[in-house]
Design a protein around this ligand. Structure first.
Ligand SMILES: Cc1ncc(COP(=O)(O)O)c(C=O)c1O
Length: 469
């Protein structure tokens, strides 16, 4: 690769062509990701986004049923959040002082959370919120162990990864933190067993597992978890990074069971899909035990954590959620959507399960793994787990201009997380399109063989590298 010492300006970058953009990604970013997205035909050059819609450089409109992996609850480029960016554009973004926006946002988070949740800490992402929560739990209890669940996902920095359930993301990084202990999701007996020794600082759990495959625990589970944690004075950390901000038809998913966590983790939609914002919210007593003295008040900080623009985006996001009754919309539209998907499940064998709450919905397909391995002579063995979800994702995008994705830890599950103000017409279009995909691919075999042909045609070098792993 030759270097020409010439920088691309912002204006040029905005107008780069499809192929120039692809070249930059291939040469300067994650080249294997470029191959991977190409394999399942997911390249597009999107040039505009508004509400639930995106437009590519050829003027085609797409519907976003992925919603930035749960970050776009209020829709793309919501005018209120964009206006908020304008309103604060002359305020200092980062200064060494106490300025009003973080205080106001922390005040608001204390109002919208139940019980004695009161104190916030701001950071820039989900994984940082989890790091902050686990450190706070350790520092305030003086205990060591952290319990987490099978198939959980809490982020990819080393601490969060140590407490996440999927081996594939962890195996290259061992030894990770040694004080984690994994238990099955939904199993209260297992939880009680591990808490009995009185040495556990916290149990971290998603109220509904997002990346694990939109796994909803049995009703009453979280209530029992709350009781058990309180009995053994173990802190309950709820990771609502994907489930929070109205997504499940309540502001926070734990409200379905009327419990209160000790530490709440937020990110993704908190920044309105425009600014990266992460947060934890906890009680005064937990915070004070850990960081409540002058010598400890700088123990856990973040340079950009409470920057003005991020705080303005979050303040505006909370206003939008309330003004547009997005929580109610998530509930009603989620029920409508789930009913329609269940009707498809009755008709098509490929659909194994429909589950979720509000507009956090998982659509599980039967695996085509065995069929694909046979058809490719074992060539796709290492990737084949990823295929049913990937194939449906590719079909929906290329034939119907609908964006979805499968979940990280369970690739046979497609996640449906549109903006909460998605319209009924858009939901109908999505369901009709999905039905067309299922109609055309009635059996696993036709879906698998058609896709295998196109995969083999275009991607020989990729298969080579996959099969040698
Ligand atoms: C439940 C949960 N926790 C944590 C994270 C990590 O968030 P981030 O990617 O912002 O670090 C995610 C991301 O998908 C998530 O779904």
């Amino acid at each position: 690769m030759s270097k020409n010492n010439k920088n691309i300006t912002l204006d040029e970058a905005i107008h780069l062509s499809y192929s120039e953009n692809l070249e930059n990604h291939k040469h300067y970013l994650n080249s294997a990701l470029v191959d991977y997205l190409g394999l399942i035909n997911l390249y597009r050059r999107y040039v505009k986004a508004k509400g639930t819609s995106l437009w590519d450089d050829k003027g085609n409109e797409y519907l976003d049923f992925l919603g930035g992996f749960g970050s776009i609850n209020i829709g793309h480029n919501h005018p209120k959040v964009n206006d908020a960016m304008d309103k604060v554009k002359e305020l200092p973004n980062i200064v060494n002082s106490l300025y009003p926006l973080p205080g106001a946002l922390a005040h608001n988070l204390a109002q919208i959370t139940p019980g004695n949740l009161q104190r916030s800490f701001f950071c820039n992402s989900g994984t940082e919120a989890v790091e902050a929560a686990v450190k706070l739990a350790k520092a305030s209890t003086g205990r060591d162990k952290i319990i987490y669940c099978d198939a959980s996902f809490h982020g990819k920095s080393l601490g969060s990864l140590s407490f996440s359930g999927r081996e594939k993301f962890k195996e290259a990084f061992y030894p990770l933190l040694s004080w984690g202990c994994k238990i099955p999701f939904g199993d209260v007996e297992a939880l009680e067993q591990v808490l009995k020794d009185g040495k556990v600082a916290a149990f971290i759990i998603e109220p509904i597992q997002g990346e694990g495959g939109i796994n909803v625990p049995p009703l009453g589970y979280l209530k029992k978890v709350r009781e058990i944690c309180s009995r053994y004075e173990t802190l309950l950390i709820l990771d609502e990074i994907q489930t929070g901000m109205g997504r499940t038809g309540k502001m926070f998913a734990f409200e379905h069971e009327e419990i209160v966590p000790d530490i709440l983790c937020l990110a993704k939609a908190l920044g309105g899909g425009i600014m990266p914002v992460g947060a934890i919210v906890t009680t005064d007593s937990i915070w004070q035990k850990a960081y409540g003295s002058i010598d400890k008040c700088l123990t856990h900080t973040s340079t950009f954590g409470a920057n003005t623009r991020a705080m303005a985006a979050s303040l505006a996001t909370l206003e939008v959620i309330e003004e547009e009754c997005l929580i109610q919309q998530a509930k009603e539209k989620g029920n409508y959507f789930i009913d329609k998907l269940n009707a498809l499940k009755e008709k098509y064998n490929l659909v194994k399960d429909v589950r979720g709450r509000g507009l956090l919905i998982g659509l599980e397909f039967h695996s085509t793994e065995g069929v694909l391995n046979k058809l490719t002579g074992g060539l796709v063995k290492n990737l084949s787990m990823d295929f049913t979800g990937a194939l449906i994702t590719g079909e929906l995008l290329s034939r119907h201009c609908i964006i979805v994705a499968y979940t990280f830890n369970n690739p046979n599950v497609i996640r449906l997380e549109p903006p909460l103000n998605v319209t009924y017409e858009q939901i109908d279009y999505m369901v009709d399109s999905l039905e067309k995909v299922l109609q055309k691919n009635k059996g696993f075999l036709s879906l698998a063989s058609k896709s295998t042909k196109s995969l083999l045609k275009g991607s020989k070098h990729i298969f080579k590298s996959i099969s040698s792993k």
